[in-house]
Design a binder for this molecule. Sequence first.
Ligand SMILES: C[S@@+](CC[C@H](N)C(=O)[O-])C[C@H]1O[C@@H](n2cnc3c(N)ncnc32)[C@H](O)[C@@H]1O
Ligand code: SF4
Length: 455
Amino acid sequence: MQSNEVFWDSELIAKYDTPAPRYTSYPTAIEFNQEFSEQDFLQAFQKYPDKNLSVYVHIPFCHKLCYFCGCNKVVTTHQEKADIYLDFLEREIKARAALFKNRTVTQLHWGGGTPTYLTYAQAKRLMDLLRNYFHIDAEAEISLEMDPREIDNAYLDYLRTLGFNRISIGIQDFNPEVQRLINREQDETQIFGLIQHAKDLGFESISVDLIYGLPKQSLESFHHTLEKIKELDPDRISVFNFAYLPNLIRAHKMINAADIPEASVKLKMFEDTIHFFRDSDYQFIGMDHFAKKTDELAILQNEGRLHRNFQGYTTQGETDLIGLGVSAISMIGDMYAQNEKILPQYYEAVDEKETALLRGFKLSEEDCLRRDIIKKIVCDFQLQFEDYEQEYSIDFKEKFSEELEELRMFEKDGLLELSQQGFTVTPVGRLLIRHIAMAFDTYSKAKRQRFSKAI
Ligand SMILES: C[S@@+](CC[C@H](N)C(=O)[O-])C[C@H]1O[C@@H](n2cnc3c(N)ncnc32)[C@H](O)[C@@H]1O
Ligand code: SF4
């Protein structure tokens, strides 16, 4: 169905070097508002009562600050703070799980911060809580994000006994000087040992994160990191673009601006990454994600069944997503809802009302249609008009005549091929998928400048 090729065209990439959303949701989180109420949340979860559930739990703690980090985290060595957090999380879990008594959890993910910050006892407490209050399917995908610096083989063994079957490991870069400058020094031998052990234990999917654009990274040094990743042989790879924002993110002030590679070098790094993983038999899933051709993400993409949500590309999009913990986002029915983003505020909210809703967004029928279209474009790189005509009672070409005009401009640049029935994104256009999707985004077109650059 798909050829899965991707081609780098420097001229076109330079032409479209403008900001575009990453579409982990449509509309994007910028549109969330505080008019959204608990009542709206309660209504939304009744919309699709038969849907399975995906549960996301945010663990905000880290032992040490990485200077590049843009995640929602609290850096502390006071391990007991996690006990306090779990006390509040328990209250939120109890309150929210009561709404989903008849649902089955088919996907559970712990993100952060650093979920492996938790001690054995804290991790067990959280897993027991989740198992007590939710019905977790025996075949559920259970995953977490881990910082390789703080775990050993025994911790991996323990995670397996808790039921985890997938892991995502932050590596970022293997170069010692880069690691020193980002305050994240890692032992390469230990990482190799850890991943081998995870494979021996039968973790079904092992994912690694890299970042390009870090201080003192060069095209050569990053290529060397890519070669080591190939040796590690993970199932999935995310290669994130580092946006240096010292005025917005305090940790970035610890990085010397002069050490950041120039924009042209960063582009070359990503080009090299694309070619390297293509030649290493990984499938370009989209944006910053690669997967082995045997991995479920790649297989589902080839079958036109891939999804995208706040966790990025995912195998399970037909679920409602409930986010628990500070800053966590839920996607239930036709709404999005986000919890308080700052820890003291999260505690205050749970103390007052057992839940911590901060803001959200109710999608209109029009938003749902555009969301479906955007999701299809970023996941499948193609779209058939008729798929939307019956469900939404529209004549696609009539309704989206302006958008199709825009697509014709993309067609002239070779980014896609239009037909009477639909369109297919070309191998060159795949790298500019965010721009193509944006043609259908009524909110963002007006505020392009607010988003990160697409490459
Ligand atoms: C929550 S962290 C992963 C788990 C764990 N805390 C760790 O660092 O290993 C998620 C990932 O976001 C990416 N990330 C964090 N800050 C970033 C930034 N400013 N730019 C690009 N990627 C970033 C990193 O690749 C990191 O591994
Ligand atoms: S990159 Fe990971 S470990 Fe480092 S500060 Fe951010 S969340 Fe914590």
